[in-house]
Design a protein around this ligand. Sequence first.
Ligand SMILES: C[S@@+](CC[C@H](N)C(=O)[O-])C[C@H]1O[C@@H](n2cnc3c(N)ncnc32)[C@H](O)[C@@H]1O
Length: 406
Amino acid sequence: MDGDVSIAVKTSAPMAGEPMQDYRQVLKHGIMPRTSHDDAERFNFLYHLNRHVRGPVMAACRNAYENRVEPAFEKEKGRKPKNRHEARKAMLTEPMFQFYSSLRRASMEQRQQAGRWVALSQAEELRERAAAYADDDALQLNPALTTPRYVTEVDHHCMPGSYYTEYMEDDVVNGANYDVGFFSSFGGAPTMSGPGEGMVAWLKAYRPDFKPKRILDIGSTVGHNLAPMAMAFPDAEVVAVDVGAPVLRYHLARARSMGINNIRCVQADGADLSMFEDESFDIIQSCLLLHEISYPAMRAIFKETYRLAAPGALVYHADVGGYSDEQSLFEKAMRDWDAFYNNEPFMSTLKDIDVFDFFADAGFKEDEFFHASPLGYGPGKAQMGEGRLPPKLAALPGLNLFGSRK
Ligand SMILES: C[S@@+](CC[C@H](N)C(=O)[O-])C[C@H]1O[C@@H](n2cnc3c(N)ncnc32)[C@H](O)[C@@H]1O
């Protein structure tokens, strides 16, 4: 199928001009930490601050770039900035960029501290609630697993201890923090499942009769975007893989408390899934994983997915698109912000490559490639097609889907 399709992509996060949201609308489930009035208002304040920074303050930055930064660069060098790195560096001494950057960084750090306060103060209770859901072999942890260095080196998006650090036995704190505070940094969305819902809508439109028996999701975290898939295919066996134990404990409890009973959570590195047999999955997917992993990890993960995909399987990854000439240098430089100031180094490097080259290196065939864009959040209706992601679609803000049949 090619071209525009009117699939029901749900844009969970309100876009500019849409009504403001309230923290009390966030999806509650059996393992969500309790929040007081003051906690909710703190998350509301941070959401409003973020919205202001990404709206009017960002617009003022663009104005400053076009009217001060670029002309000053041109005056000094006799040419315009060559690439996004030069454009970003030129902005470093611009007061409006400094204002934007410090507000965004501070709001991110405050969001993490607000979430950690809530999660840490209920750590024991949350651990017991999670344990009550993990009463069978649906939670398979591997304490001997080595967490990859590209994960341990970075406190992703200013999240202390990232996804894997444990503070006590059977801990779920870092999973709880991730879940309880996404509202503030994810645009005031009531769930963080918009991308997953978009992926289900895409799949139903792309392959209406496809009935996968086994689904593998790599880098599942707490399951925000796997839950819609597990609910859409209740008869499928769904395997969630992640390197982090706290997020997996939280994941299983969250899913079960929402009535989702077909998910198994396995602690493993996506680069070595030797516990699963060759050609044993009909769908292999990831959502927002690629922008947090290194090139060697990506290569190894793509190779594993090729081995694990059954003939005719669909393998796809939803993540940010690349850069293209359709975007201005200012836009590209600002989209790099997370890489330099929000502990997301691979957010930038992912945009320097064509994800489809990694499919090809792993053995997937060029004429089996497909794409979709934008998915789950971002403006416009979903578009999908055969082949690699065209630059015009890669330029759209929002999430793209990079895929191949096997
Ligand atoms: C941004 S989160 C993904 C969000 C999640 N998929 C969702 O839709 O809500 C990235 C996750 O990938 C995990 N991860 C990173 N490298 C991994 C690897 N090599 N194998 C498995 N999981 C990995 C991290 O622990 C983290 O939980």
